[in-house]
Design a protein around this ligand. Structure first.
Ligand SMILES: [Fe+2]
Length: 438
């Protein structure tokens, strides 16, 4: 069991630990507060209010627990705090007596096309020195909410300590997760299909510990869902749940794209774990089946950005698509496409599997920037037309962004730009033309 202060168990009998919050509704007026009590269930209550130490409101949650092989979890609490006001700082308290603990969070601005907001993007975090470094660097950026692209604790890598490592990861990330929402997505390390241990129910620890507001977006599973926050519509997809045509995830996404209103939320962002475009030797082509299922919609609905993890390196694409690919005729390679998203892989949070340092050579034309270093990304939505994006590598600290791009909104800027374009512009393939797409 890790003994470092970064994983410390809070003082006091049965003190709440592993505190984390996530958005609790579709539009950002609710949070779900989650925590674990180790010894006994204790109260599942959140006391909260707008003034420090003055908790004039109370919400009641539920308690669950689970077993995994020979591990028995603590008591896991989930409490929906709703009816909140936008743009407001709330203080909250959980636990009782000497063991009570206090935190705070800030609600986002109301849904508005010009609401500015800053997201952090973190993936494949784990619980190493590099994981801590990523968290410390992220904290200096002013990020208000984390979009997490899967592979949380890597507990499954610690053969006989799975549950204990889930607990220690929860304590490590609490420094951020207790104070701002993390929008959760799962990765392959959350599957935990272990028939050899008698554990055949997939995603068991993840689903018990990390809640998502999936019902608010009419999803039938916590594994895929959507939230709207400030000027962004964020769609979370599960790489390891069925997604081919006619599956529940496929139906849900088809309908969710129809609910996107770019007049209200101009920024359309998709999260997944396994990247659709990846020129690293690690996990090469693993996202191809989801690309075949969903890329057409990404282009049709002009998704702005697709963030993924999984590959332990950083890569950003140009706007390209391969929607004309078919097995008998037509293009069989990605081409520049102004309606296509930019694909970004940020699987470099810092887990103990190490970096994926072998990229395919030469770098394909669609790949704009790639590097095997630990880090995280920041997406600063300025208004309906512009966003400033940067990737920070841990080695440089937060003052030296290693990759910086200004993104123009796919909906609002294309409305004026489209008139100027000739049809055949989309078939240019030279690198200079790719670059000009920005
Ligand atoms: Fe992964």
């Amino acid at each position: 069991m890790p003994k470092s202060e970064w994983f410390a168990i809070p003082k006091g009998y049965n003190a709440p630990q592993q505190v984390h919050i996530t958005q609790g509704d579709y539009d950002g007026k609710a949070v779900i507060v989650s925590w674990v009590t180790p010894e006994e269930p204790g109260p599942s209550e959140v006391f909260y209010g707008k003034k420090e130490k003055q908790y004039d409101q109370k919400a009641e949650g539920t308690t669950t627990n689970y077993t995994f092989y020979d591990y028995k979890s603590g008591y896991i609490h989930h409490c929906l705090v709703d009816g909140l006001e936008y743009n407001t700082k709330y203080y909250y308290k959980i636990g009782s007596g000497d063991s009570a603990r206090e935190f705070w969070f800030e609600t986002p601005p109301a849904i508005d096309p010009d609401a500015s907001y800053t997201f952090g993007i973190i993936g494949d975090l784990g619980q190493t020195f590099n994981s801590l470094s990523t968290l410390q660097h992220y904290e200096k950026t002013g990020g208000q909410t984390v979009l997490f692209v899967g592979d949380l604790s890597y507990a499954d890598r610690y053969e006989h300590d799975d549950g204990i490592r889930w607990d220690s990861w929860g304590r490590l990330v609490e420094r951020s997760t207790a104070y701002q929402p993390w929008i959760w997505n799962s990765g392959n390390h959350e599957i935990e299909y272990r028939p050899d241990l008698g554990e055949t129910s997939t995603f068991k620890p993840y689903l018990h510990r990390y809640m998502t507001p999936y019902l608010a977006s009419k999803s039938s599973s916590p594994m895929w869902y959507a939230v709207r926050r400030a000027s962004a519509h964020i769609i979370v997809l599960s790489s390891y749940s069925p997604f081919v045509k006619y599956t529940p995830q496929w139906w849900w996404l088809k309908n969710e794209f129809k609910r996107v209103d770019r007049e209200k939320t101009p920024w359309l962002i998709v999260l997944m774990h396994s990247p659709m475009y990846n020129s690293n030797e690690a996990h090469y082509m693993e996202g191809e089946s989801m690309r075949a299922a969903f890329e057409k919609w990404f282009v049709k609905y002009k998704v702005d950005l697709v963030f993924a993890g999984h590959v332990h390196a950083y890569e950003r694409s140009y706007r390209i698509s391969n929607v004309n690919y078919n097995i008998t005729s037509g293009n069989r390679y990605p081409v520049p496409d102004k309606s296509a998203p930019v694909y970004i892989t940020v699987g470099d949070g810092g887990n103990q599997e190490g970096l994926a340092s072998r990229f395919n050579d030469p770098q394909p034309d669609y790949s704009a920037f790639r590097e095997a270093s630990y880090g995280h990304s920041i997406l600063q939505l300025e208004n309906r037309t512009h966003a400033v994006y940067r990737w920070n590598r841990n080695d440089d600290g937060n003052n030296v962004p290693a990759d910086t791009v200004v993104f123009h909104n796919q909906y609002w800027t294309s409305r004026t730009r489209r008139r100027r374009l000739k049809k055949n512009h989309f078939h240019l393939e030279k690198l200079e033309d790719l670059i000009s797409l920005f």
